[in-house]
Structure formats: C-alpha cells, structure tokens
Design a protein around this ligand. Structure first.
Ligand code: ATP
Ligand code: MG
Length: 239
C-alpha cells in the first residue's frame, strides 16, 4: 500500500498546493478553493471549488489514459487531494483552440464564437512575472525548455487530448471552445500530461443555450460561478 502522508510543501500556486510524499517519485496535489484571473489581479474563492476541480480532473485523466495519452495521474485520495507522478514541468503552457475566444479573438479582431477550420495549438512561456507571453516552438527549443522532438510530441498529445475531449463533452451538451494543458517529463524522459483539466483551464459553452460554464463567469462577474462548475462535474460524471 502506497504511503501517501503529506511531506513538505514543494510549491504553492494560485489554485493548488504540491506536497512531497514518502515516495520521491510521487507528489500529493491539493486543490484549493481560491480562484484568480487576469494574472492574479482578480481574486476570489468559494467553498467546494477545489473539490469540484479535483473531481473533474480525476474523472478525465483515466479516460485520457484509456485512449493512450500518458498522464501524471495516479489516484484520487480525498475530496481535494490526488496523488500524481512527480515530473519536471516543461515551462510552456499549451493552448488548443477550436473556436475563437478570449485573447485570440481580441488579438485577431474576431467575434468571440467564430469557429476555426482546424484546431489551433498555441504556446506560452509559463511565467506569471511576464504574463505568460506567447512563444513558438523555435523559442522553446532555442531557450532549451524542450527539444524539437519534445515539442512535436507535445503538439501531437495536445491534439489527441482535443480529439478525445471534444466529442466527450459534445455528447454531454457542451462545446469545448479552448483549453490549456501542461506537460512534464518523468525521470525516464517520457513526456506526460500533467496539471489539471477543469473549468479553470477550459472554456465550456452549453451547446443549447450558449451559456459559459467555466472560469469566464468569474473573470467577467457573470454570476452563477459555483453552479456552473458543479454542473460541469455532473456532465463529466454523466454516463
Ligand atoms: N505532476 C507534477 N509534478 C510537478 N509539478 C506539477 C505537476 N503537475 C502540476 N505541477 C505544477 O504544480 C503547480 C500547480 O499549482 P497551480 O496550478 O496552483 O499553479 P499556478 O498558480 O497556476 O502557477 P504556475 O502554473 O504558473 O506555476 C503548477 O506550477 C504546475 O505546473
Ligand atoms: Mg495552474
């Protein structure tokens, strides 16, 4: 039986805490109730937020493993905790877009909701201090954050995640507009999907009403944030 006692706090982010465990190859991730937006300029929290995001991620990652996408996920330990494989995070946020929204729509002068003829994969440097600036594969390779091969594999895996999640949510009455992924390297050198997939990291629109069911409700004070996150968990758990 794996000993999952919390060890020292390794990292505290805006939404999660990462703890060491007695096994150096495993971390315990605790999902917090805090929410932030606009590079932490806007802050809030609600009871149950951490549990909802933990439950959604813990439901999705085994399904992704099931279609051949390697992930860091090992097990859900409690309402707000999960056990994961310790990885070295590639400092690149990987964004997959199916429909123009957010910064992409703004930057290109597109109306939010404009469908894209094929998915767009974008990369940002993971740096809160710099506001996660947009980069490309050359940047990541030149600065030795990843190799050319790593970047090709990351793009392939990101598109595979989209290929699974888009119909998964479609069948549950949700349009997957865009989402952000993080990848990490195991000591073996294998790249795996890390971090979380939740309403914090995805744009979900109700297919019938067009209603936003994700962190944009918090970002733009649309109300019903907690309800939307809860509804997304119900949709994910739907048979
Ligand atoms: N398996 C893993 N091993 C090591 N670190 C991980 C793993 N999965 C996720 N992480 C990292 O743990 C942290 C989770 O915390 P959180 O999501 O709250 O961070 P954040 O505030 O978004 O900040 P940032 O992601 O910019 O560091 C992130 O830095 C993420 O990259
Ligand atoms: Mg994060």
């Amino acid at each position: 039986m794996t000993d999952t006692t919390r060890g020292e706090l390794r990292y505290e982010g805006k939404a999660k805490r990462v703890y060491a465990t007695p096994n150096p190859t495993e971390y315990l991730v605790e999902y917090k109730d805090e929410a932030t937006a606009f590079n932490a300029q806007k802050r809030g929290s609600w009871v149950g937020k951490g549990a909802t995001n933990n439950a959604i991620t813990a439901a999705l990652y085994p399904k992704l493993e099931g279609v051949g996408i390697p992930t860091h996920f090992i097990a859900k330990l409690s309402d707000t905790e999960q056990l994961v494989k310790a990885v070295t995070i590639v400092p690149v946020e990987v964004i997959v877009r199916n429909v123009a929204a957010g910064s992409f729509a703004k930057k290109l002068g597109l109306e939010e909701g404009t469908p894209l003829a094929r998915p767009v994969v974008e990369y940002c440097y993971k740096s809160d201090a710099l506001g996660d600036p947009l980069i490309n594969t050359d940047t990541a390779v030149a600065l030795e954050w990843a190799t050319e091969g790593d970047m090709a594999r990351i793009r392939e895996l990101a598109l595979q995640v989209n290929g699974f999640l888009t119909p998964f949510f479609g069948q549950r009455g949700i349009r997957l507009i865009d989402f952000k992924l993080e990848f990490g390297k195991l000591p073996s050198g294998q790249l795996v999907l890390a971090d979380e997939i939740s309403p914090d990291t995805c744009r979900f629109w109700d297919a019938e009403t067009g209603e936003k069911m994700d962190k944009d409700r918090f970002r733009h004070d649309l109300g019903g944030v907690e309800e939307a996150y809860g509804e997304m968990l119900r949709r994910v758990e739907q048979a």
